[in-house]
Write a protein that binds this ligand. Structure first.
Ligand SMILES: [Zn+2]
Length: 249
């Protein structure tokens, strides 16, 4: 029985039919510039994604094959160099039709419980599902160079969480990790100072929330406005290029 289970786990995913893949690619501006090798690698990763992750539309949303392949391709775009290990540790993609509300709570140092509601367009649970708003994925596609890509943002959190700590550093070889930590820390500190001083920033001030948000937001810029990222933080841009490969834009 164990043998059968192992065989099933190792089973190659069914390849995505060529015409379906081409249609999916045509609708995703970030994929149009990929060379044949990267395109084939991304198709393979997307097939694996579809095999391993349940994509569950919620609140009346319906998703056809084309939409599912596009979601898989977008989520795998940051994994082109990193590879399939980037898919470890979770099994479900939940898709809301639009931004969604979540209840938050926090007990402060004085023992007082604070509760509030947040409206989100995406969320990545550390060992749980990845959640996306379909309307916001569509908005990113409609304006691919605007600096936003919620699927990439949430996948950056998933990469970050692979080593068990959400701290803005994905698992990397030790020497690279040291350089990464140095370059990101410098940039993050400078960015937080800009925001705290009330200065106008090139990047979305949300990136000042925490080091992990800085990494996720910069990842969005890498894919959707790499020039702006290079202008703001050239060393961070270089680190992301090393992690993700050259920006497709
Ligand atoms: Zn985030």
């Amino acid at each position: 029985m164990l043998k059968g289970l192992l065989a099933r786990l190792r089973r190659e995913p069914a390849p995505i039919p060529g015409d379906l893949w081409r249609e999916a690619r045509a609708g995703l501006p970030w994929l149009r510039g990929l060379d044949a090798g990267d395109d084939a690698r991304l198709a393979g990763l997307a097939a694996l994604f579809l095999q391993r992750k349940a994509i569950t539309p919620l609140a009346g949303l319906a998703l056809g094959d084309l939409e599912r392949v596009q979601l898989a391709a977008l989520c795998c775009l940051p994994l082109l160099l990193f590879g399939a290990e980037g898919l470890h540790g979770w099994s479900e993609l939940l898709v809301y039709p639009d931004a969604f509300r979540v209840n938050r709570s926090h007990v402060d140092a004085a023992g007082v419980l604070h509760e509030w509601e947040d409206e989100l367009i995406g969320e990545a649970w550390e060992a749980g599902p990845l959640v996306l708003s379909w309307a916001d994925v569509q908005a990113d596609i409609a304006d691919p160079g605007a600096g936003f890509c919620v699927a990439v943002h949430e996948m950056a959190h998933k990469l970050d969480a692979l080593d068990g700590v959400l701290d803005g550093t994905p698992p990397l070889p030790r020497a690279w990790q040291r350089e990464w930590a140095r370059d990101f820390q410098q940039a993050y500190d400078a960015f937080v100072r800009q925001v705290d001083d009330g200065r106008r920033t090139l990047l979305d001030p949300y990136a000042a929330e925490a080091p992990e948000e800085f990494f996720a937001v910069c990842s969005e810029y890498h894919f959707s406005d790499p020039k702006l990222l290079r202008r703001a933080f050239p060393k961070v841009a270089a680190q992301l290029e090393r992690l993700y490969g050259p920006s497709p834009l």
